[in-house]
Ligand binder design. Sequence first.
Ligand code: CMP
Length: 153
Amino acid sequence: MANWEDDLPTEAAALRGVPFFEGLTPEDLERLARIGHRRVFAAGEPMVSKDEIGGGLFIILTGSATVETGGKMHGLGPGQFFGEMALLAGKPRSATVTAAEPVEAMTLQTMYFRPFLIKNPSVAVTILEVVAERLREVQDRIDRGQTATDSEA
Ligand code: CMP
């Protein structure tokens, strides 16, 4: 008999491969997939631009992207997400994120994803953990008085 994962709609099956959604039930995955949209970006294309208004979370399904922030370039690959800062703070985008190669991403709009987070605290906690790590990495460099130029020298 077929595994239930084989019966998942394509969108939900794509999300099943994302580590931070691994604890979700098939029903939650399908709910998430229904509110998500798959988008494709060409290499070099901005996926979000600094100061742009409008939240929404992006989850990279395939390909990779770069974000320059705090004086350093960060790489984001399959299974990683971005866009949580504007989504959570209700502020413009803090940085530009650019596709480093062709990227396929799932986008989740704030108005649908916020209520989803409230119903799925484990996903909210995972996002918090990643935000704390990102903040810590930038903070550590500030404390060391180090810029990207210093670290490359
Ligand atoms: P947001 O401000 O919505 O849009 C730009 C995104 O870049 C931001 O959300 C984060 O998801 C991402 N970002 C910001 N700082 C870092 C970082 N230090 N490492 C990885 N991603 C980051």
